[in-house]
Design a protein around this ligand. Structure first.
Ligand code: SF4
Ligand code: SF4
Length: 441
């Protein structure tokens, strides 16, 4: 990371945290292709942080694109809409990629893609109207976090800077780059509306320097807005991590356990703001997603616009299928993504990539014993000791996990990337956090 002041410096960095991951943006020049409507979609009722939704449709019901099919009275939740027109086949319990179970609505599509007659562009005359509209859109953080947007955009403390996260620092993924290139009008419109209703003074659009086309385009298209600046970020992982991004762009440091709003900032992923801009114009809720499909086992890597609920295997077929037997399938990037045991899972709102690797590439992930080299400690942007935390996980020692700050881990994967023993450190961090939560601490 180029900048060693602010947050990182306060943590005592005289070194260069993060990881020099290869970019492998193979689909950078691949314009998004729209995938045909699949025969069936399976729409999970938990695609966000917070309470899962309860299905509000039943078998044999007709639904249209945008029909609400799941909702929850909980404060922390997000509406779920049908991505297709068709007939509800069943309401079922499905396994999620993280091993949990959730309810899902399975819909046989009719191929018509008729819009729900109730859909219309929201009428907005106040901040309350704006937040209601964001809630009705079903928007959650599309960068992967899945945080309900109507809550994020209603911070408890005043914010004066809106940061648009277009860093996209994970290898392979170019979906956000194409959000800039193909949807910049809605990105800019979304920015103007968030600025208007949140009252922010400044908007910073952060893009890593390995996307010169997106940087040039956004500079040109935002030139007339004196409150918008396009910031070229160093192309070094994990530039897109929220706290790293805020530090780099605003020189503000989010302390451990605090939120961006605590330092007067709100961060939105570029796909989120682009979707929001479009929704405010046409009222069509969140029903599609752009995903990057890549990896050594994929025949034709592509960016694809897919309907939420589409089976992953249908998307891979759309990309020419597997050219070799996939030995490892990942949802998301290789640094922070989740390994999938099957391609039967459906697309979720927060998915942005599916990567499939052949056996040779997958073998490079096999772990061996820790050699206590300390590289993981050097690489950690949060100044943690991953090797000590892994010990805490192995011995299920909650005191060690707390003492060494497992809850401050942002699961960026820098430690695992630099580890010569291929230790499963991110998985260990996730487990460690779960142990601390289970212990009620
Ligand atoms: S310990 Fe957590 S924050 Fe540190 S490098 Fe590993 S995954 Fe990233
Ligand atoms: S980088 Fe890997 S091998 Fe080296 S100390 Fe960390 S966990 Fe052990």
């Amino acid at each position: 990371m180029a900048k060693q002041s602010g947050f990182l410096a306060t943590l005592g960095f005289a070194r260069d945290p993060g990881a020099p991951v290869p970019h492998r943006k193979n689909t950078s020049a691949s314009a998004t292709e729209v995938m045909p409507v699949p025969a069936t979609v399976t729409i999970a009722m938990s695609m966000h942080i917070g309470a899962p939704c309860t299905p509000c449709v039943k078998p044999k019901d007709h639904v249209d694109v945008g029909t609400v099919i799941g909702s929850s009275p909980a404060f922390m939740s997000a509406l779920i809409h049908s991505s297709v027109s068709g007939t509800v086949k069943k309401v079922d319990s499905i396994l999620m990629p993280n091993g949990s179970k959730t309810q899902a609505v399975v819909i046989d599509t009719d191929g018509q893609q008729t819009l729900d007659p109730s859909l219309k562009a929201p009428e907005i005359n106040s901040k309350e109207d704006f937040l209601e509209a964001v809630k009705a859109s079903g928007l959650v953080g599309l960068g992967g976090a899945g945080f309900p947007a109507h809550i994020k955009l209603n911070p408890a403390t005043p914010v004066d800077i809106l940061c648009i996260n277009g860093a996209e620092c994970e290898p392979y993924i170019t979906a956000d780059e194409h959000e800039f290139l193909e949807n910049y009008e809605n990105v800019i419109y979304g920015i103007t509306q968030v600025r208007k209703y949140l009252g922010v003074e400044k908007v910073l659009i952060g893009i890593e320097g390995n996307k010169p086309g997106a940087i040039a385009l956004m500079k040109e298209k935002t030139a007339e807005y004196d409150y918008i600046s396009v910031v070229t970020l160093p192309a070094r992982y994990p530039q897109g991590a929220e706290k790293v991004l805020i530090d780099q762009m605003t020189d503000r440091q989010v302390p451990p356990g605090k939120l961006p709003a605590d330092v007067g900032t709100v961060v939105m992923n570029v796909a989120s703001i682009g979707f929001l801009g479009g929704y405010l114009k046409d009222g069509i809720p969140l029903t599609t997603k752009r995903v990057t499909v890549d990896g050594s086992a994929i025949t034709t890597p592509k960016n694809v616009r897919v309907l939420i609920g589409t089976p992953i295997k249908d998307i891979i077929d759309f990309c020419g299928g597997y050219k070799e037997t996939p030995a490892k399938l990942i949802s998301g990037g290789p640094m922070m993504g989740i390994a999938l045991m099957t391609d039967d899972f459906p697309v979720l709102k927060q998915n942005n990539a599916f990567l499939a690797f052949n056996e040779k590439d997958a073998k490079s992930f096999e772990p061996t014993s820790c050699i206590r080299c300390g590289r993981c400690v050097d690489a950690c942007p949060m100044n943690l000791m991953p090797t000590k935390l892994e010990d805490g996980v192995l011995f299920k020692d909650v005191e060690i996990l707390k003492e060494y700050g497992v809850m401050n881990c942002m699961e960026c994967g820098c430690c695992a990337f630099v580890c010569p023993a291929n230790r499963k450190l991110v998985h260990a961090m996730k487990l460690g956090k779960m142990y601390v939560r289970e212990a009620g601490q």
